[in-house]
Ligand binder design. Structure first.
Ligand code: KG4
Ligand code: ZN
Length: 437
């Protein structure tokens, strides 16, 4: 403080002080290939001394992301490079291409993150990096880079489970106490878990084949939506959501899968197959070859989105009822957290809201930029682990990435054995289709 008062009397030095304070005081989130967003952080004093500062690094799939988060949940800075546009052109993620793009961008992304955070590597308490699950070649880039960093700067290393990080992101934004129910829906995952602690999860159900985002991406590709002027740069799921708003879902009948299986597992490949059959039939009727835009893309998008929403809602409804019936959750812990890339879909969120309203649950979703892959959730999971004293390593000998990794204790069979019949919310869900979102 003396330092500030002394220099503040000198106008020229005041200016330098202001600049150095601004770098500390203002946190920017820099995104490449996606929109840029800013987040300002206000401090009461000039010098800022958080107890813990974690750099998070994420490269599990097709986003190279980093962020610095402190132990109060403040995001000091973040940066992200999305490979989405490249993979859209090739019709899906080609792992060696993803690996190469991670290699080309990781150093720049980490440097930008530290720059906007106003934090030097020496000031970090630890480096947290996704090591599982994900694409082997992608995970390898983040891990190799991180290990060099922690070795050079003598920092603790925190290996992060990508799905645990998604599940706990909400605690950075809202005060949510354990236990709570989490639905993770993305391009690679579809799971229902109860988060009981930082590293303590119960798995209620998961997809037995593909994830909903993967299914939406496949249907969008089959519909050639990158050729549609309104959504040529959108991910498949986003494109389906966008077009569905202009369509009528009732023009095509796509039923929710697994309605007679009273468990919390999911399946999306049958839905993908049925949607493809409709597309092929329409191509025949319109005399079009595959690769050309159908006149009815909006109606097909609406029908697909509704069927996905219905399936997700039915499984989630059963999970809520199971948790209450078995005493895993009580009305005081009645929270459903929804995250992952598909959770940014407003139609699916509204459908889930109908279920949580009917069961007196509180529905919480991180903002869309924290639902998709990002560095903030990894850094935050590092903070959670530091606080809980879990998995903070001072030696990185033997650390490996794991492309496949389950989440929590699997109790999905018990859920199936209880076989709860889910009451129909068909009327409310039907109204969804007529609401202009
Ligand atoms: O969580 P995420 O960024 O990456 C992983 O898969 O881990 O999710 C990406 C997925 C993609 O499949 C994308 O099509 C889907 O999320 N997605 C959406 C929306 N935005 C992204 N799906 C439905 N509606 C959206 N608005
Ligand atoms: Zn993810």
């Amino acid at each position: 403080m003396f330092w500030v008062q002394f220099f503040s009397r000198h106008a020229s030095v005041q200016k330098i002080l202001a600049i150095s304070c601004v770098t500390r005081r203002t946190s920017k989130s820099v995104k490449h290939g996606r929109s840029v967003c800013l987040r300002s952080i206000f401090f009461n004093s000039v010098k800022y001394y958080p107890t813990k500062l974690v750099l998070g690094i994420e490269t599990s799939c097709d986003d190279t992301a980093a962020a610095v988060v402190d132990d109060t949940g403040k995001i000091l800075g973040e940066a992200l490079h999305s490979q989405n546009e490249v993979h859209l052109k090739t019709g899906g993620i080609i792992p060696p291409v993803a690996q190469q793009l991670h290699r080309e961008n990781i150093e720049r992304i980490v440097k930008e993150t530290l720059y906007v955070s106003g934090i030097s590597l020496d000031e970090l308490s630890a480096v947290a990096t996704t090591v599982k699950p994900g694409l082997a070649l992608s995970l390898g880039v983040g891990l190799e880079y991180s290990l060099k960093l922690v070795d050079k700067y003598k920092k603790p290393f925190i290996p992060i489970h990508h799905m645990e990080a998604h599940a706990l992101t909400i605690r950075l934004i809202n005060q949510v106490e354990f236990p709570f129910l989490v639905l993770l829906i993305s391009g690679g995952h579809c799971i229902l878990v109860v988060a009981q602690g930082v590293s303590d999860f119960l798995l209620l159900g998961q997809s037995i084949d593909i994830a909903p985002g993967d299914m939406l991406d496949k249907v969008a590709r089959r519909l050639s939506l990158t050729k549609h002027p309104e959504c040529c740069r959108m991910s498949g799921g986003k494109a389906i959501e966008h077009l569905a708003q202009q369509g009528n879902r009732l023009h095509y009948e796509l039923r929710a899968p697994m309605r007679h299986h009273r468990n919390c597992n999911f399946s999306f490949s049958g839905l993908c197959f049925n949607a493809t059959r409709i597309i092929m039939q329409k191509e025949k009727e319109e005399g079009l070859q595959e690769g050309h835009l159908l006149s009815c893309v909006t109606d097909i998008a609406a029908a697909v989105q509704h069927a996905v929403a219905l399936h997700i809602v039915q499984r989630t409804h059963r999970a809520i009822l199971f948790c209450i019936k078995s005493g895993i959750l009580s009305q005081t812990n009645a929270t459903l957290v929804v995250s992952g890339g598909v959770a940014s879909n407003q139609y699916i969120r509204r459908a889930l809201q109908i279920v949580t309203d009917a069961t007196n649950f509180n529905l919480l979703c991180p903002p869309p930029r924290l639902c998709t892959d990002n560095g903030v959730m990894i850094a935050w999971n590092g903070i959670e682990r530091m606080r809980a004293g879990l998995g903070v390593l001072h030696s990185t000998d033997g650390i490996r990435y794991e492309p496949k990794a389950s989440l929590g204790i699997d109790i999905s069979e018990q859920v199936g054995e209880v076989a709860i019949k889910v009451p129909s919310l068909e009327v409310s869900l039907n109204e969804l289709a007529t609401i202009n979102l």
